[in-house]
Design a protein around this ligand. Structure first.
Ligand SMILES: *Cc1c(COP(=O)(O)O)cnc(C)c1O
Length: 458
């Protein structure tokens, strides 16, 4: 046990050092890729080393190349931090080392998944009794939801896709919004639907699917349809009008509605934002991340499917020595052996409670509004989106957006990524971290406007 004591001490020391400094560390990509690589000896060792030394070596080799993305002024992509309670629970997951594949391998984890899945459905206002698979991220959650859809829609045509595959199958028409997330396309590729075969519904200026055009489009399609809507467009935070989308889809005899709500579905947990996702409960499947807005450490997300049998049909498996069925955690996910991902998610929800989650979501939205107001007050910044959630999309006038992003990174106060909106290069500021304060926002917007003033020579 001496060895165990020593390594856990080292891990604890690393965590203390890292987490103690993450709020004040320069929030940039700290070293070039080649420098990060150079810190690791690339010769496979012949002889081993004591465990504690290995961790010391790792800590010093990793540290210079780590990004302070869990800190309060990292606004890139849609990046959550990690609530302390979830970090602690995640350590417990590793210590217990349970295989959360089948119930018999860990009755405790299987039970906890059941409880946590039901909590998530209740919190997000999704149908009780839905099946919840704990997966790595929203991409895999969408893969799981669309795999369930593929099974169910084809089974309704008398085709067993698990046995017969897609060749020769009466494949449903896939319909997506023009501003669907790239991971939805990845899921369509992976599942054999083909990204380019998906029919796209034009979006409005905020990136929302236009439901009247969806209705017209659906009227022109024969046979089953699989419609992918979105709650939380990654650049604008805008949500498709899910009630109107569900109305249009609901007129079909054979249809499945999936909602990619990686971050946006959390709007349902905050009373003042809930109207943005009205109608969400009418879909058949949902994808939602935990590592973004719930602030659980990577990785964790939920694939939620109204009809548990459809999800189980997509993922259950059997051999003489092991059966993975609907009641097993892995019977609801694409994996077999897997980490007990629900544990840190449970810890975060238990710690925050319904009120705490609502507060976390609302706080981030309020901070995004503050950032938009402060940036928008600058004479050479245009805020491009209606700031309804936690995303702010803005563009400089008289300077290059990518150059501004690099200048902000070099300053190190905060980090904002780039995108493009209707062809115009833009910057994205996403407020998703539990520890961000109004002072962090003001410091960051000041750093951004100062960088812009320098670039434009003011
Ligand atoms: C982040 C995101 C995804 C992908 O989530 P991962 O956790 O990276 O798999 C999908 N859809 C939207 C809208 C997102 O913001």
């Amino acid at each position: 046990m001496d060895d165990l004591d020593a390594v856990l001490d080292r891990a604890r020391r690393f965590a203390d050092d890292w987490l103690g400094a993450v709020g004040e560390r320069p929030v940039a990509v700290p070293v070039a890729d080649a420098d990060a690589r150079a810190r690791f000896d690339d010769r496979l060792p012949t002889h081993g080393r004591p465990a504690a030394e290995v961790l010391d070596e790792l800590a010093s080799a990793l540290e210079p190349g780590l990004v302070a993305s869990a800190g309060p002024r990292y606004f890139g992509f849609v990046t959550g931090g990690a609530l302390p309670v979830a970090v602690g629970a995640d350590w417990m997951v590793s210590a217990a080392d349970q295989n959360a594949a089948v119930r018999v391998m860990s009755p405790a984890v299987a039970a906890l998944e059941d409880v946590t899945g039901a909590w998530v459905c209740e919190l997000l206002g999704l149908p009780a009794g839905s099946a919840v698979g704990f997966v790595t991220g929203a991409q895999m959650a969408t893969v799981a939801g669309l795999a369930a859809a593929r099974h169910a829609l084809l089974a309704a045509q008398g085709w067993d896709v698990g046995a017969g595959g897609l060749a020769g199958a009466p494949v449903p028409t896939v319909v997506i919004g023009a501003m669907a997330h790239s991971t939805v396309l990845a899921a369509l590729r992976l599942l054999g639907f083909g990204a380019d075969r998906a029919v796209r519904v034009p979006a409005d200026d905020q990136g929302r699917m236009r439901p009247e055009l969806l209705r017209d489009l659906l009227a022109s399609i024969d046979g089953p349809v699989l419609v992918c809507a979105q709650a939380g467009q990654v650049d604008t935070g805008a949500c498709d009008p899910l009630d109107a989308v569900a109305d249009a889809v609901g007129e079909r005899a054979s249809a499945w509605l999936h909602v990619d709500g990686a971050f946006g579905l959390w709007a349902a947990a905050a009373p003042a934002r809930r109207h943005l996702v009205a109608g969400r409960e009418r879909a058949d499947s949902w994808a939602v991340d935990a590592h973004k807005w719930l602030n659980v450490p990577y990785d964790g997300a939920m694939a939620i499917v109204r009809d548990p049998a459809a999800l189980a049909a997509a993922f259950s498996s059997a051999a003489a020595y092991i059966t993975i069925g609907a009641g097993d955690p892995s019977g609801r996910t694409p994996e077999s052996s897997r980490r007990a991902r629900a544990v840190p998610i449970h810890a975060a929800l238990r710690h925050l409670g319904r009120d705490g989650v609502a507060d976390l979501v609302e706080r981030c939205c309020t901070l995004a509004r503050q950032a938009a107001d402060e940036l928008g007050a600058h004479p050479r910044i245009d805020v491009l989106n209606d700031v309804v959630l936690n995303q702010v999309l803005f563009a400089p006038r008289g300077a290059d957006a990518a150059e501004l992003s690099r200048a902000v990174a070099a300053d190190g106060t905060c980090w904002v990524g780039t995108s493009a909106w209707h062809g115009r290069p833009a910057l994205r500021l996403s407020v998703s971290n539990w520890s961000t304060t109004p002072a962090d926002i003001s410091r960051s917007t000041a750093a951004i406007t100062t960088a812009l003033d320098r670039l434009t020579g003011r």
